[in-house]
Design a protein around this ligand. Structure first.
Ligand SMILES: [Zn+2]
Length: 189
């Protein structure tokens, strides 16, 4: 898929929002990608995940056994990627404020693809990578639908993204939208 086709899907589904947002990273931005709104359209979402899976397959980063995603945002993408790549699919969830393996165990020796919907600073991907390694698994690569990090996210393994979206983000004290008095939205993500 071409970048303009991907952007068309994001805008047509309402997943790409314009406004004044506080991101999970606490930075402010004039754009927000709300993946749940994309997931309302399973066939569109599947098409995008298929394109991302094809990128991973084409690059062939190494044999894979399982996809792991951090809840909640990454679960559907991880599941869809696993279906495309014919891998197992698991997810990690918050427990007492930190990401943990609650209903799945990491398989020692298994090779994992870490999946996420959107990466800004990559904190949840870092936590997921740590869980895999603590459990004796190997992280082969990371696959995300939207990389908002402008090249800042680096995980020490290959990173595949469907779309890099250079974000306009500001520290809260330097945000022009705050200065303009625009109401701040905390999008659930
Ligand atoms: Zn602001």
């Amino acid at each position: 898929m071409q970048a303009h086709e991907i952007l068309h899907d994001l805008e047509a589904t309402g997943a790409l929002l314009n406004g004044h947002f506080e991101l999970r990273s606490k930075l402010h931005s004039n754009r927000f990608f709300q993946c749940a709104l994309l997931q309302r359209h399973p066939r569109v979402f599947a098409r995008l995940c298929t394109a991302l899976a094809a990128k991973v397959e084409a690059a062939n980063p190494g044999p894979l056994d399982c996809v792991i995603a951090p809840a909640l945002g990454g679960i559907v993408a991880g599941h869809e990627l696993a279906r495309c790549l014919d891998l197992r699919s698991v997810f990690a969830e918050k427990q007492d404020g930190v990401l943990a393996m609650r209903r799945f165990a990491i398989e020692p020796g298994a090779r994992y693809l870490v999946a996420e919907d959107v990466v800004t600073r990559g904190g949840r991907v870092d936590e997921t990578i740590a869980l895999v390694r603590q459990g004796g698994g190997t992280v082969v690569a990371v696959a995300v639908l939207i990389d908002r990090s402008a090249g800042q996210a680096a995980f020490g393994v290959p990173l595949f993204s469907l779309l890099e979206m250079a974000p306009e983000v500001w520290q809260p004290g330097h945000c022009p939208l705050c200065r303009a008095g625009a109401p701040l939205v905390h999008p659930g993500s």
